[in-house]
Write a protein that binds this ligand. Structure first.
Ligand code: PLP
Length: 445
């Protein structure tokens, strides 16, 4: 392997010389130098200096099946030998994409018999935006254009995805959001629901959507889009009453409901999709990450039957990517989803490892003076670093404590992420109970 021919110092130098990293302050990175990750297995990574690192984030919330699955690399090789590439634009298809579509229709909730392929979560979101607007055009209501997202929601880095997302530090770069996007507050009970029960707050937070629809005018609103659990926004888990109320409001005002399942999809919550955990039914949902467990880039937009029929009735849908339904990515995604199902991995998250993680997570972190709102579902969990638990006061420089905490974990060879002062974790779904104990033991050290 070429990697082994250089020293860590040489790699760092070359990286600093030629590589611009995503979401990174290049100057400070180059001062410290990167950590070179060279190989991985199960829930573990190894760096070029031989350190074994526990990946409490499944990469970027994506390696659901865990690292090192040789069966997936063999599928990739076979498919590459047989048909490395062909597209699905002009009256052609291929077995890999057909098999994947068939399997996805089986694992999806009822009523989602069609998928549209992309290469990433961001592309899935942009595809969804264009599809939603096309839907209303075909329905004869072209003025319904506005999509409503949430502050601190994350829907990717493309111009559409970053606009729909509610990360203001992203909006500040590149004159975002684009026209036709609005936001409402995130359903963060700990911060916004102090005088209410969680159930009361869930309904109240959903009504912010109704207020926004009435402000814009229902005849101009195309869709509401939300992650079932906000991931990069800090693992914000809405109360049980939130999503049913959101669904009721969308139906009342004839607005499409879209779930961004890029993180929640493919077993993260213990259900196949986050919408099933919260008991609501969107019209469209976007996916990527866990679809292939990150082994190859692929995303899919699941299109409900009514939307699919409408788009089809409109003739050409002028949208697609050179690699939509790429045969190698599709074959690997198929093998991945089949394994998640046939090996009972999603089931195990629901019945065994998810509940165990949640119990141990609370036991481990609940005891600390500056840790509060210890929370989680399935294998996605978080806590928040706070100044004062009794008053729910947050630290003054939001994110500073989180970054410090993350760096301490990283120094101890454990990867967790800081989303502001929310410390979050989402390990591979194959993590065992013993590995959960070891991981939390390291974290509490
Ligand atoms: N949507 C959600 C909910 C995400 O969490 C992400 C990425 O983290 C995206 C979309 C964008 O996905 P990608 O980075 O694959 O473009």
């Amino acid at each position: 392997m070429t990697q082994q021919q250089r020293s860590t110092a040489q790699w760092r130098e070359l990286d600093a010389a030629h590589h611009l990293h995503p979401f990174t302050d290049t100057a400070s990175l180059n001062e410290q130098g990167v950590r070179m990750i060279t190989h991985a297995d199960g829930i573990y990574l190894w760096d070029s200096e031989g350190n074994k690192i526990t990946d409490g984030m499944a990469g970027l919330w994506c390696v659901n099946i865990g690292y090192g699955r040789k069966d997936l690399s063999e599928v990739a090789k076979r498919q590459m030998d047989e048909l490395a590439y062909y597209n699905t634009f002009f009256k052609t298809s291929h077995p890999a994409v057909v098999e994947l579509s068939h399997l996805l229709a089986q694992v999806a909730p009822a009523g989602f018999d069609h998928v549209f392929y992309t290469n990433s979560g961001s592309e899935s979101v942009d595809t969804m935006i264009r599809m939603v607007r096309r839907y209303w055009d075909v329905k004869g209501k072209p003025q319904k254009k506005t999509l409503i997202g949430r502050w601190n929601g994350y829907h990717g880095s493309t111009i559409g995805g970053a606009s729909l997302g509610g990360m203001t530090y992203m909006h500040e770069q590149g004159e975002l959001p684009i026209p036709g996007i609005a936001h409402i507050e995130q359903p963060w009970y700990y911060k916004h629901g102090k005088d209410m029960t969680p159930e009361e707050f869930g309904v109240a937070a959903a009504r912010w959507l109704e207020d926004k629809i009435l402000e814009i005018g229902a005849d101009k609103v195309a869709a509401f889009v939300g992650e079932p659990i906000q991931g990069a926004g800090g693992v914000i888990i809405p109360p049980s009453t939130y999503w049913p109320e959101i669904e009721r409001i969308c139906r009342k005002y004839d607005i499409l409901l879209v779930a961004d399942e890029v993180i929640c999809g493919f077993g993260r919550t213990g259900e196949w999709f986050g919408q099933q955990h919260f008991g609501f039914k969107p019209d469209i949902f976007t996916t990527a990450k866990g679809l292939s467990s990150g082994y190859l880039p692929i995303g899919a937009v699941f299109v409900g039957n009514d939307v699919a029929a409408t788009i089809a009735a409109g003739g050409d849908f002028n949208h697609g990517f050179t690699y939509s339904g790429h045969p190698v990515a599709a074959a690997v995604a198929h093998a991945n989803v089949k394994a998640l199902r046939d090996e009972g991995i999603v089931q195990r998250v629901k019945e065994e490892t998810g509940p165990y993680m949640q119990q141990r997570w609370r036991e481990t972190f609940g005891q600390f003076e500056h840790v509060d709102d210890v929370r989680g579902v399935g294998l996605i969990q978080a806590f928040t670093l706070v100044k004062n638990k009794a008053t729910r006061e947050l630290f003054d420089n939001w994110g500073e404590m989180g970054t410090m905490c993350r760096d301490i974990f990283f120094g101890n060879n454990l990867i967790m992420r800081a989303c502001g002062d929310h410390m979050v974790s989402a390990p591979p779904l194959v993590i065992t109970k013993a590995e959960i104990d070891t991981m939390l033991g390291t974290a509490a050290r």
